[in-house]
Design a protein around this ligand. Structure first.
Ligand SMILES: [Mg+2]
Length: 229
């Protein structure tokens, strides 16, 4: 049997629920509002707006509603509280299992979009940095232009932990961006379905449909075994 491919994971809504990060951030926003402005009770409303798909606008709407004379500086501070809070998040059980299982026989990779400081705070909170042979924070590559599907992060991963003759697998959740470049570069692409994922309305990009779909990462060993020739 050939050696198993090198597995590279996405982070948000692949290894943990991004909605949990958001709610953890909303709680930090609520504490800040109570402390600075004496108003509270915003977590339920922010969560409802998130679930209705208003992620960007919800900070503006909630702050203006609770603090009518809020300035742009207040808004910036409010959003910073969200971005920079210490998140209270946990791995999906099947993700914890997969990191243990696959981490035993060779390096794993992580490619994650978003602001570097935010994404690294999630990796710290999940205590998973040492599970990976290489991590690419696309936000640290020089701006949003390098977010997936830009090829640079995948090229960096190949250079960092590639081994001649071993294929790569990318495991993600979002067909709008995760699988375009893996498909182009000859990687195996695997979508894991997370029912509560934030980008549940995302439409597959051209060429971005995953080659394989799973409902749990515990199905991944059987999938990879079935692909071995
Ligand atoms: Mg994701």
């Amino acid at each position: 049997m050939p050696p198993r491919p090198i597995i590279v994971f996405d982070l948000d809504d692949t290894l943990y629920a991004e909605r949990d990060f958001a709610i953890s951030g909303f709680k930090a926003c609520e504490r800040w509002l109570e402390e600075k402005h004496g108003v509270g009770g915003v977590v339920a409303e922010m969560t409802r707006l998130l679930d209705d798909g208003h992620m960007r606008q919800l900070f503006v709407d909630v702050l203006k509603d609770r603090v009518p004379d809020a300035t742009d500086a207040h808004l910036e501070a409010f959003i910073d509280v969200y971005r920079l809070h210490e998140p209270d998040i946990a791995l999906y059980p099947d993700a914890a299992w997969a990191l243990d299982h696959f981490g035993r026989d060779g390096p794993l990779g992580l490619i994650t979009d978003g602001q570097h400081e935010v994404q690294s705070s999630k990796v710290r909170a999940l205590r998973i940095a040492d599970r990976f042979g290489h991590i690419v924070y696309t936000g640290a590559l020089g701006g949003r232009a390098f977010s997936k599907p830009h090829p640079l992060s995948y090229e960096r991963m190949e250079a960092a932990i590639g081994v001649p003759g071993r294929q790569f697998v990318y495991v993600g959740d979002n067909p709008a961006k995760d699988f375009v470049t893996p498909n182009e570069r000859g990687w195996i692409s695997v979508q894991v379905h997370r029912p509560m994922r934030i980008h549940s309305r995302a439409v597959a990009a051209p060429g971005g449909t995953a080659q394989h779909e799973l409902h749990s990462l515990e199905e991944l060993p059987d999938l990879l075994a079935s692909l071995a020739v």
